[in-house]
Design a binder for this molecule. Sequence first.
Ligand SMILES: Nc1nc2c(ncn2[C@@H]2O[C@H](COP(=O)(O)OP(=O)(O)OP(=O)(O)O)[C@@H](O)[C@H]2O)c(=O)[nH]1
Length: 297
Amino acid sequence: MSDVITLNRNLFDHLANELQVGLMLLDSKQRLISWNQPLARYTGIAAVQAIGKTPKELLKRRAEQWVVNKLERKIVKSKLGKLWEEPNSVLLAEPWMKLGDVDLYHEISDGEGNEYSAALVYGINALINENQLLHEANSRLKQQARLDSFTGLLEKTTWLGQVEQELGLSHQQGGQSTLMIMDFNGFKQINDNHGHVAGDKALKFVADLLKQNIRQQDLACRWGGDEFTLLLPNTETEDAQQIFQRFAAAVEQQAVQALGFEVSLSVGLAPLSYQFRNPSDWINAADEGLYQAKAER
Ligand SMILES: Nc1nc2c(ncn2[C@@H]2O[C@H](COP(=O)(O)OP(=O)(O)OP(=O)(O)O)[C@@H](O)[C@H]2O)c(=O)[nH]1
């Protein structure tokens, strides 16, 4: 089966993300140049992790050996596309990573002389039952995660890994996740007026209160200096805003008694967007909100 269509890449990516089926697009060297949202959601592999790799390289990380062998045998057979031509070919890696039937394979031209291969992966919505498994994997990771020794919150690298995973699972079950970045107001002044030990105590006080106030699925991180970040899965930004207001109010109410001086926080919030290619995009969006909040103070 061979179709030739002319397409614009931005439009293609946009349409691909709207599909209910997984769609991957390979260049002439069999490297992935498009990995749509249903595939990302289904496999837990973000587009940013997939792009530039061959499907074989991508699956090798997780796949059982027989899957790798199967792929290798097929790849030797001229084009990788042959693999997808097989009706009902099902690739099984981890139990939750069952790619649905791949039964449509297209040759596509971009109108500028470049040839691509596209494979449609069917059935993935019906097979999605991995949410629970992924959350279990998340909690295992949480237990093994490295913590910031001072505050006991997740340290930056571990937390960023979780954000990357959330990007891959974006919009799971139609939900919306929010990323929050919180910053002390006038922390330098706290250090200057009360000393660094008191400043440290204030950081620890806020971190402890944060730990007590977040839900099991939320992930809090000592981002650095006087900043904390929080990933709130399946949380609308309006709800996250309320969560922050309640938390900030608790901080303000309890600080004087606990520390002997006032403490207040500012926040930047960003909902998850399909446009984010990596965790930095999401953090930058939240940072922009924080910057505005500080400017309006
Ligand atoms: N005590 C203590 N201070 C820290 C730590 N990390 C960073 N700081 C201090 O935190 C201060 C942060 O200063 P700024 O970034 O200007 O923030 P700010 O004073 O809160 O100003 P705004 O954010 O604009 O309200 C700096 O003076 C740092 O030296 C730490 O672990 N302990």
